[in-house]
Write a protein that binds this ligand. Structure first.
Ligand code: LLP
Length: 413
């Protein structure tokens, strides 16, 4: 929700020292706005919490692939967690050194593995035995050896939305402990691979420190049987508070509980959401109000094509006016809906918001992670622009321009 960067003063919503209304007046809506200051502070908080473990933080580019965001974090010392050749490319474009890139993903293609070998990517996270064979042969041909982590599926059920839980045995992610042991026993067949790490990631938006600890413990127990393994990559998953009253464990609670378990291992982290979610907002304009069938609909110019999370996960994003003259005005229960031709294009259902009128601006908060990253052109809707407020908090710029109708057809022949 609100924080040191996204805040309200004298009725106006601010992103650091910039009035959100001033950005909107120039750029229009819908628009994503990110506070780089907040993202860097979040990064620094995680880095400091895990400093006693000498952990290295790799920002998970899937949460937000804006080059401006990646560059800021890389500049502050972060590595990048990439899950496709495209994300490896983004990471390199953003200035990450190849050595500081972790390349994961359940279905990497031969070409993606080839690209990673060519670029000397620091860590490749393996997800199955066939992938090990493929990577080994590509690396042998290139005359290189690659450092790998094997992704363990720790068979731990995380308390999170089922769509973003990954650590249970039936999931497609990782390998069970038996499968990891069987692969490791064959390591002489893979002279071009250095088996130095184990990787886990049991899910995202984890409310539960204990489940994460159980997964880390499973990784350490297994690592003891793998003498060449010196590194545990514990993935991402630290939660953020989407609701004003949500009490989520702080990252230091995770760090404190994990420290004794992971002692003696080099630790890698892959946080995405906890770095960028609360640094970002999506601003939208009210188009129409509609009352029928006992429901009040506020129809806005952003929809599931811009922010998919409510439609896909029933996710909650706080919605606040960009300017609020009277904070005591009685609230009304409404649905805030987008213009897309889908019944699920609802940004908020039955939400109490202050009175609004057409042309008012509303901001969806905590939208910096998996917002723009999951946007689409469905209904031939151009994607919104991305604005960054620089780390000084005083200047802003358009980091990605609004797509045009011409952009929509640019790839067609
Ligand atoms: N590492 C791995 C292997 C992952 O699969 C993920 C997220 C992360 C790191 C970063 O996790 P984070 O720190 O952001 O929780 N679209 C969903 C979230 C999907 C997460 C997928 N994997 C959402 O909007 O909630």
């Amino acid at each position: 929700m609100f924080n040191s960067s996204i805040r309200r003063t004298a009725g106006h919503l601010f992103c650091d020292d910039i009035r959100v209304a001033d950005i909107v007046a120039e750029v229009g809506t819908p628009v994503y706005i990110y506070s780089l200051k907040r993202a860097l502070e979040n990064y620094e908080r995680i880095r400091a919490a895990f400093a006693p473990l000498d952990a290295h933080v790799h920002f998970s580019a899937k949460a937000n692939g804006s080059l401006a965001v990646l560059r800021a974090l890389v500049g502050a010392g972060a590595g990048i967690d990439a899950v496709s050749g495209g994300e490896v490319y983004l990471a390199l474009k953003a200035g990450a050194s190849a050595e500081n890139i972790v390349f994961a993903g359940v279905g990497k293609t031969m070409y993606e593995l080839y690209f990673a070998v060519q670029q000397n990517i620091g860590w490749i996270n393996l997800e199955n035995a066939r992938e090990a064979e493929l990577l080994n042969s590509i690396a042998l041909t290139a005359g290189k050896t690659m450092r790998v982590s094997v992704r363990l599926n720790p068979e731990v059920h995380a308390q999170t939305h089922p769509h973003i839980a990954t650590g249970h045995g039936g999931a497609k992610f990782g390998m069970t402990a038996d499968a990891v042991l069987a692969l490791y026993a064959r390591r002489a067949e893979f002279p071009a691979l250095r088996f130095e790490g184990l990787h886990i990631h049991i899910g995202s938006q984890l409310g539960d420190v204990e489940a994460t600890c159980r997964a880390a413990q499973a990784a350490v127990d297994l690592a003891r049987a793998l003498p060449t393994v010196n590194t545990i990559d514990i993935g991402g998953g630290f939660p953020v508070a989407y609701k004003p009253d949500a009490a989520m464990p702080d990252v230091s609670a995770f760090a404190g509980a994990l420290a004794p378990i992971l002692a003696g291992y080099q630790v890698l982290l892959e946080p995405g959401r906890s770095i960028i979610a609360d640094a970002g907002l999506l601003v939208t304009r009210v188009l129409y109000l509609k009352e029928q069938g006992g429901a009040a609909q506020v129809i806005v110019d952003a929809g599931m094509t811009d922010l998919l999370r409510p439609a896909l996960y029933d996710a909650y994003h706080a919605i606040v006016p960009v300017y609020e003259a009277n904070p005591d005005a009685p609230r009304r229960q409404v649905n805030v809906v987008g213009p897309v031709c889908e019944t699920t294009d609802v940004l908020a259902r039955g939400r109490e918001i202050p009175p609004v009128a057409p042309n008012d601006y509303l901001a969806l908060l905590t939208a910096g992670a998996y917002g723009m990253a999951m946007s689409s052109n469905y209904n031939a809707r151009p994607r919104p622009p991305e604005v960054v407020v620089e780390p000084d908090g005083k200047t802003w710029r358009i980091a990605r321009r609004r797509e045009s109708w011409d952009d929509l057809v640019a790839l067609e022949s």
